[in-house]
Design a protein around this ligand. Structure first.
Ligand SMILES: [Zn+2]
Ligand SMILES: [Zn+2]
Length: 239
């Protein structure tokens, strides 16, 4: 009843709108995104690359283990990656609201969707490891969106990485420069428990260069296997 009263009062007094579709929210106390937008989220439909989780065109499925062209061409450091779906439409709007409008309450429902989409990645995992933000960027934003998402996956969080140096945002770079941009950008900040299976968590991945750079450091620091889980995968054109 109190929540209903809160909804009615804030709907009348504040008239908050959905962070995605901008329609007035019927239940503002339930979060910044309306139920219709959550329902309309795109989902990753099979088949996907077994290594990185990218969707594969079913008409051109390779023989053997389903793998995308990029993973066939360049061996990945992460052993398995998954995401809720493509970085597009409502999913992109929700992630931008989380990150740039600082809607931290969106991390919990996003985490639930990531847990469902990333079952294969999370099973048997000992820890989830958020991709760290550089100190200045985290200070400016007030939080690290990857850490917020990681805290809602039902697996203990290990802040095992730190930024060794600031980097240009990956999305601002052409694909060919992304691996070089993040090479040496991360360092281990704690000992990795023996034989640990880790999952690197981030909001968006494009070429997977950041996930691989993090996985490389964690394997060097003693992890047995490193997987990747992101809220979304942005499409990157192959060179
Ligand atoms: Zn909406
Ligand atoms: Zn792949």
């Amino acid at each position: 009843m109190i929540r209903g009263l809160g909804d009615a009062l804030s709907a009348v007094l504040l008239a908050p709108c959905c962070a995605c579709c901008r329609e007035p929210l019927d239940h503002p106390t339930r979060g910044a995104v309306c139920a219709a937008c959550w329902r309309s989220l795109p989902t990753q439909t099979d088949p996907v690359c077994q290594t990185c989780g990218d969707a594969l065109p079913s008409s051109r499925l390779p023989a053997g283990i389903p793998q995308c062209t990029r993973c066939r061409r360049t061996p990945r450091v992460i052993s398995c990656g998954r995401s809720i779906g493509p970085y597009d439409g409502v999913l992109r709007d929700i992630l931008q609201a989380l990150k740039y409008d600082r809607r931290r309450s969106l991390a919990r429902p996003l985490g639930a969707l990531m847990s469902a989409a990333g079952r294969e990645v999370l099973v048997g995992a000992d820890f989830v490891v958020p991709v760290p933000l550089h100190f200045f960027r985290q200070y400016a934003r007030g939080f690290n969106q990857a850490a917020e998402l990681a805290s809602h996956l039902g697996v203990p969080v290990l802040h095992a990485l730190r930024r060794a140096r600031a980097t240009v945002t990956q999305t601002d770079l052409p694909e060919a420069q992304r691996h070089a941009n993040v090479r040496g950008a991360f360092a281990a900040r704690c000992r990795i428990p023996r034989e640990a299976v880790l999952v690197v968590v981030d909001d968006v991945s494009t070429t997977g260069a950041t996930l691989d750079a993090c996985a490389h450091v964690l394997l060097e620091a003693g992890a047995t296997a490193v997987r990747g889980l992101t809220a979304a995968r942005a499409a990157a054109r192959l060179p």
